[in-house]
Design a protein around this ligand. Structure first.
Ligand SMILES: CC(C)(COP(=O)(O)OP(=O)(O)OC[C@H]1O[C@@H](n2cnc3c(N)ncnc32)[C@H](O)[C@@H]1OP(=O)(O)O)[C@@H](O)C(=O)NCCC(=O)NCCS
Length: 233
């Protein structure tokens, strides 16, 4: 039964033909139009406005709380966290989204790593509050930051995640890239910010330590903020 019929039944318990016979065609058609209008108005959800901004130091624990909420307990035991320990994230690519009440609803972070000596961006964690999932915020943060990464001169991105989700952004399976165990190799994916950026880049994913002089050139002048944005989802 269509919602329209259900609605009509709520107004008049008899079926439509009987209703038209009892109340007249005009009254029924008017009632039907009114019902359709009510359903349309009721079903319209006002667009929610979200604001995205670079993560600030004071956002850190709020973002951690969001990750705790969105991921399974023990998330920090995952191998990717070994690559992040004691390494600052790539600040200009760490973004948060807040709703109109200033509640943090989504966050994304990136870390620098190396694969076979080449510089690579490790995407993640990315999470969207369960109440806000499916509204496009995850995709928005991923696209925004991948674009910014390209603008900042990064060439390739790596992540460990669900291929069906990340394929839409252009990620593909990286067969020759080994994350520290235990990692399901099928979930290791890469994206090229310039064509061919992953060609010939393979081997173990290595942590970038701050004692490495090269790190200075890796993060260079890139830790400058970029403009905040507002979106509707
Ligand atoms: C995964 C996540 C970041 C996606 O963000 P989101 O804002 O909910 O997603 P979007 O609105 O951008 O995209 C929604 C689409 O992605 C799909 N999708 C979401 N998570 C998915 C997943 N794990 N695998 C496959 N598809 C997924 C939805 O089915 C939907 O598909 P559709 O467009 O065909 O309807 C979010 O759901 C989340 O935080 N999940 C929990 C934490 C997590 O798993 N993080 C990723 C770690 S790899």
């Amino acid at each position: 039964m269509s919602p329209r019929c259900r609605c009509l039944q709520a107004v008049c318990p008899s079926d439509r033909r009987k209703a038209r016979r009892v109340h007249g065609v005009t009254a029924c058609v008017l009632a039907e139009v009114a019902c359709i209008a009510i359903i349309w108005l009721y079903g319209r959800k006002p667009g929610r406005v979200y604001t995205t901004a670079q993560e600030k130091p004071e956002d850190w624990w709020e973002v951690e709380a969001l990750y705790d909420l969105c991921f399974a307990p023990g998330r920090t035991l995952l191998s990717s966290y070994r690559l992040r320990e004691d390494v600052p994230p790539v600040a200009p690519l760490c973004r948060v989204a807040r709703d109109s009440t200033n509640t943090l609803v989504a966050a994304i972070r990136y870390w620098p790593v190396r694969v076979g000596g080449s510089r690579v961006l490790l995407l993640g964690p990315v999470a969207v509050h369960p109440v806000t999932q499916g509204a496009g915020l995850g995709g928005l943060l991923i696209r925004e930051t991948l674009h910014a990464a390209g603008e900042l001169g990064y060439e390739r991105v790596l992540l460990v995640g669900d291929p069906p989700y990340y394929n839409r952004f252009g990620f593909f399976h990286l067969a020759g890239v080994e994350m520290p165990p235990p990692t399901n190799p099928d979930r290791v994916q890469g994206l090229e910010l310039i064509p061919g950026a992953w060609d010939g880049v393979h081997g173990e994913v290595e942590k970038v330590t701050m004692t490495e002089e090269a790190v200075d050139t890796f993060v260079e002048e890139r830790n400058e903020s970029w403009e905040d944005g507002a979106t509707e989802a």
